[in-house]
Design a protein around this ligand. Structure first.
Ligand SMILES: [Zn+2]
Ligand SMILES: [Zn+2]
Length: 372
């Protein structure tokens, strides 16, 4: 069938709207009519080359839509189901899924190529016939996509798609970074570094988990103000500017949990987070950045001060249980999701969406698809 999607052709390039030929779903695959997709910073890391992937590629991994066709072995969803996409499969069968860690499901291996599980493409650029992948085997910047059934989860029909798409990546990642990665306890003092589409949810998660003080370090002024609406107790333009207040609140020890959710992390910035984390505290890292071996930290701090550094993928969430839970929390008014959406874009405006993200104008931009 014919689809339309935003494709990145080379590192440093621009997103280009392409007509796409889309294959039929294979036995264990589903065809999804994508209704909405978040413009997540991770997609931009494929453009900058921070995350090496096989290009060209259809962008997007934060999606929600409707199942319109299923392969003959599909059991998880059926035609007509509203679904949220999973950027890591949850196969339910591998060692990691079996022990409750589907955020590192073995079937995530090889997703940088964006092809189907069998290694072959589902998308073909209509003009040239070239077979291409979709980001993490999804490609939600296309108005239709084919993915494995383990990358789709049914959601209730009454949930708006623009809200549902955010939960599939940024919300789960940020909320889980605080609740699961930081193991925040009542009374804790928490610092969130960077309040974009992930960090804002780390703020919400920290409050849910019972933190008394949720400090934010964010260079963009209006995001600092927004953070207060999402539950931050104080906001500062940098970690440096927050240090005095952190010392006051913690008897000079440092925060219980520091959560790094900046747009791009490097070893220096991570070192700053570790420095400001107190004795027995946890630094949570869920940002993308360089692959260099470059963390600026003293090994002795970890031993003497019993600090830990917790890497977080997908909020350490099990999306099959956590996505419906987050959506229920939204229904109950316990988590803000609509408020995360700053601007809505068409597929032809994806470059503008990322320019706005870089300009500090968006918490989250959302692509709303059309289907002729
Ligand atoms: Zn994402
Ligand atoms: Zn698995």
């Amino acid at each position: 069938m014919r689809a339309k999607g935003a494709v990145i052709h080379e590192v440093g390039g621009q997103w280009k709207t392409e007509d796409i030929e889309l294959d039929d779903p294979q036995d264990s695959e589903v065809l999804i009519q994508v209704m909405a997709s978040g413009l997540c910073h991770s997609d931009d890391h494929f453009v900058t080359g921070d995350i090496p992937v096989t290009l060209p590629m259809v962008g997007g991994h934060e999606g929600a839509g409707i199942v319109v066709k299923v392969g003959k072995k599909v059991t998880r969803v059926k035609v007509g189901d509203h679904v949220s996409t999973l950027f890591i499969p949850a196969c339910g069968k591998c060692r990691y899924c079996a022990r409750g860690q589907s955020y590192i499901c073995n079937n995530g291996a090889g997703m940088e190529h964006g092809m189907g599980m069998d290694g072959t493409p589902r998308f073909h650029i209509a003009d040239s016939g070239q077979g291409i992948g979709g980001v993490v085997r999804l490609g939600t910047f296309s108005n239709y996509l084919v993915c494995h059934e383990s990358q789709a989860i049914q959601i209730p029909d009454d949930i708006p798609f623009d809200v549902a798409c955010l939960v599939s990546c940024g919300v789960a990642t940020g909320w889980g970074a605080a609740v699961n990665g930081g193991n925040i306890r009542p009374g804790d003092v928490v610092l969130v570094m960077g309040t974009g589409g992930v960090g804002m949810n780390a703020v919400q998660g920290a409050r849910h988990a019972g933190a008394d003080h949720v400090l934010v370090a964010e260079p963009v002024e209006w995001k600092r103000e927004e953070a207060l609406k999402f539950g931050a107790t104080e906001s500062f333009e940098s970690v440096e500017a927050a240090k005095g207040r952190i010392a006051e609140l913690t008897n000079g020890q440092g925060v219980d949990v520091a959560i790094v959710t900046v747009g791009r992390v490097d070893g220096k910035l991570l070192g700053e987070a570790l420095d400001v984390t107190g004795k027995g505290g946890v630094t949570v890292l869920t940002a993308v950045g360089s692959y260099e071996r470059s963390i600026e930290a003293s090994p002795q701090d970890f031993t003497n001060l019993a600090k830990s550094l917790q890497g977080v993928m997908y909020g350490l969430c099990n999306p099959v249980s956590d996505i419906p839970r987050l959506l229920q929390m939204w229904r109950d008014g316990r988590i803000k999701l609509d408020e995360l959406i700053t601007t809505r874009y068409t597929v032809d405006e994806v470059n503008q969406g990322f320019a706005d993200m870089h300009g500090g104008k968006n918490i989250r931009g959302v692509l709303i698809h059309s289907h002729e």
